[in-house]
Design a protein. Structure first.
Ligand SMILES: Cc1cc2nc3c(=O)[nH]c(=O)nc-3n(C[C@H](O)[C@H](O)[C@H](O)COP(=O)(O)O)c2cc1C
Length: 202
């Protein structure tokens, strides 16, 4: 699966099988995270075989099960656009995971930060995590339910931003859609947590 196909195929997954990720896939994810950390001065860390921050009703408010592996996105408050870069590269990593056939989900609230193994300096915080893992082919009943309630179409894309310059048509694949995956960063509208191309409406 290409990254372009992964954009279409990706669905947030919350029920994991709990089986180990193939070593080739976990190694690839590690390599990508290391590459993004170097390229964008980030702290993206992978955790394998330790799901205690997610599992159990009180940790994930019942949202997640079977999580063993995840990615920590660690931000430094002294680095002003750190969160934005983490957003782009986190999504890129997620698309690679999708292309490898793995399930994933952005998680900013429904997990226990104190149970994560990261050592943070005084200016750092764990802004978000991405659960990653093997999943059943189809969504479980609960996953379908959550998907239905998170996918209410209350606003069109155009209603979510205003622009003082022409906005590129990113609704499908951009005309200048790059062939090199990393350049997906040039097309933020393609990402599901996209930062709009222009200033958000207030
Ligand atoms: C930054 C961010 C934080 C999120 N935090 C949570 C969370 O804590 N728990 C949760 O169940 N979903 C959370 N979500 C929502 C899901 O990751 C997902 O975006 C949503 O269910 C929509 O599904 P889709 O990704 O398949 O379109 C978060 C999403 C984003 C972008």
């Amino acid at each position: 699966m290409t990254l372009e196909e992964a954009i279409e195929a990706r669905r947030s997954r919350r029920k994991y099988l709990g089986t180990p990720i193939e070593p080739s896939a976990s190694e690839k994810l590690r390599e990508l995270a290391a590459e993004y950390n170097r390229a964008a001065d980030l702290r993206i860390e992978l955790v394998f075989n330790d799901g205690k921050a997610f599992n159990g009703f009180t940790k994930s408010y019942g949202m997640f099960s079977g999580v063993n592996d995840y990615v920590g996105l660690i931000s430094d408050k002294n680095d002003l656009d750190n969160n934005e870069r983490l957003g782009y590269y986190g999504e890129l990593l997620m698309l690679h995971a999708t292309a490898m056939g793995l399930g994933s989900c952005w998680v900013g609230g429904t997990f226990s930060r104190p149970l994560c193994p990261f050592e943070l300096t005084g200016s750092e915080s764990l802004v978000c995590a991405l659960t990653i893992g093997n999943v059943a082919e189809s969504l479980s009943l609960k996953e379908r339910f959550v998907r239905n309630i998170t996918h209410r179409k209350t606003k069109t894309v155009e209603e979510m931003f205003e622009a003082d310059a022409p906005v590129p048509d990113c609704s499908g694949v951009c005309d200048n859609f790059p062939t090199h995956g990393h350049n997906l960063l040039l097309c933020p509208m393609l990402f599901h947590i996209s930062k709009p191309c222009a200033a958000p409406k207030t």
